[in-house]
Design a protein around this ligand. Structure first.
Ligand SMILES: Cc1ncc(COP(=O)(O)O)c(C=O)c1O
Length: 485
């Protein structure tokens, strides 16, 4: 029987048919535009270049070398087959002890060995995505809220809210102080929630930040800790970009504040770290997420819930071996930081040459690009208009600030670590051409610049049509599947 386009509203649950997945966003629309016409250097050189995906592919070669040199770590090799049965049978939701030990050690290493993590507090989940959901489940009842500084990662709207029924309340940050989080902004958001009869259960911060690529300084972290302690609300720290920091300034984990700033009062039961190997190691496909809570009850509950999203023991086994190889980890982290720094320098330097500035940053896999000077009017509508031009004409998928809930129009997140040097150069060439053409048209006709050529496509610019999606991302299949076809 063929598929019928029927209204499923009454057949499925309210949650399933609602829009809690958060995919009605330009962030995901950009991915779909890329998926319809993906750039390929020879097969589709005029396609859309994917710069909306925070993936770290700059050090994949180092991992591949390690795997080739350590065949016993993969249980499906002649060298590893002796462990196959034990590993394939293991299903304890505590995880392999050697995996938890190795992850705890790696978390310390990525925080400069300035702080230790207890392997017994490490709970597994399906990526940071699963970790956020489980944490929100443990901490909040339906209707309760987490404060979240804007701009924030759009996936939070799905991860923290969809199945838990929790809400997110924005904490206003803007360019006047380089989007730094302030005590005043926290108080304002908290008071507003109270006025709206919303019970605030926690504050969620992302450090290093996605989309800003900045790290929080010690004073800001101290402000955060004293705020949550005073209000008796939880603090969830997403630190999944901890090892993407480059340059001279060190990343400071919330764990360091708890350990070192002994003058600061804080009930540790309120503090939880979300971690993952998706960004730091470039393993988003392995779905390794970690909840590290200082609260015993949360550890216990999260561990039971982790049954819904365990990391495969084959992956645990491989990573236990890889992350225990100190020499490899040292080399990997140093080289990764070097390569990210180099990409950042080239990318931002070339943008600067055409008059495009980015927020000064030293972490993450992206930059926060300032295109305010290219907006027709300083409005979010103009931002969307410009974004459509960039997708359809310049053929680059970047993500508009509004998809990160940024209220100040004209900012865009651009990812630069998910592609080869050649693709970066082509993207930069396209941006250069766009800016130059734009300048000429601006001179010729002060008012009408890029907008005129796009009037047609804008008129029909409703959402891209729905297409079948993978469970994790709204594109039908991953770029990797595509690349290997
Ligand atoms: C801040 C942040 N948290 C969580 C995630 C989800 O990560 P994972 O792939 O480990 O589920 C992302 C992915 O981009 C992210 O940027």
């Amino acid at each position: 029987m063929g598929l019928m386009a029927v209204d499923q509203t009454h057949l499925l649950s309210k949650m399933a048919t609602g829009d809690g997945h958060g995919e009605a966003s330009s962030y995901f629309d950009g991915w779909k535009a890329y998926d319809k016409n993906p750039f390929h250097p020879t097969q589709n050189p005029n396609g859309v270049i994917q710069m909306g995906l925070a993936e770290n592919q700059l050090t994949s070669d180092l991992v591949e070398d390690w795997i080739l040199n350590n065949p016993q770590a993969s249980i499906c090799t002649p060298e590893g087959i002796n462990d196959f049965r034990d590993i394939a049978n293991f299903q304890d939701y505590h995880g392999l002890p050697e995996f938890r030990n190795a992850v705890a050690k790696f978390m310390s290493r990525t925080r400069g060995n300035r702080v230790k993590f207890d392997p017994d507090r490490i709970v597994m989940s399906g990526g940071a995505t699963g970790a956020h959901e489980v944490t929100a489940f443990c901490l909040a009842d339906p209707g309760d809220a987490f404060l979240v500084p804007i701009p924030y990662y759009p996936g939070f709207d799905r991860d923290l809210r969809w199945r838990t029924g929790a809400q997110l309340v924005p904490v206003m940050c803007d360019s006047s102080n380089n989007f730094k989080l302030t005590r005043q902004a926290l108080e304002d958001a908290y008071e507003k929630a109270k006025r709206d009869n919303i019970r605030v259960k926690g504050l969620l911060i992302t450090n290093p930040s996605n989309p800003l690529g900045t790290i929080m300084d010690r004073n800001t972290l101290r402000t955060v800790v004293s705020f949550i302690n005073e209000k008796r609300i939880h603090l969830v720290c997403d630190e999944i970009y901890a090892a993407t920091v480059f340059g001279h300034q060190n990343f400071i984990s919330i764990a360091e504040i708890l350990e070192e700033d002994t003058d600061l009062e804080c009930d540790r039961n309120l503090v939880h770290i979300v971690y993952s190997l998706s960004k730091d190691m470039g393993f988003p496909g392995f779905r390794v997420g970690i909840i590290y809570s200082y609260n015993d009850a949360v550890v216990n509950c999260a561990r039971k819930m982790s049954s819904f999203g365990l990391v495969s023991t084959q992956t645990q086994y491989l990573l236990a071996s890889m992350l225990s190889d100190d020499e490899f980890v040292e080399r990997f982290l140093a080289e990764s930081a070097n390569r990210l720094a180099q990409r950042y320098r080239v990318f931002t330097g070339e943008l600067m040459n055409v008059g495009i500035k980015c927020l000064q940053s030293n972490a993450g896999l992206f930059v926060w690009m300032d295109l305010r000077h290219l907006l027709k009017t300083p409005t979010l509508e103009s931002e969307m208009e410009l974004w459509r031009v960039i997708i359809h004409e310049v053929k680059i998928n970047v993500s508009p600030g509004s998809s990160f809930h940024c209220t100040e129009p004209g900012w865009f997140r651009v990812c630069y670590a998910n592609m080869e040097d050649m693709a970066v150069q082509i993207a930069l060439q396209r941006i250069r051409t766009f800016v130059l053409q734009n300048k000429e048209v601006m001179v010729a006709n002060k008012k009408q610049c890029w907008q005129s050529s796009l009037r047609l496509s804008l008129r029909k610019s409703r959402r891209f049509e729905e297409i079948s999606m993978s469970p994790h991302s709204p594109i039908p299949q991953s770029p990797l599947v595509k690349a290997t076809i």
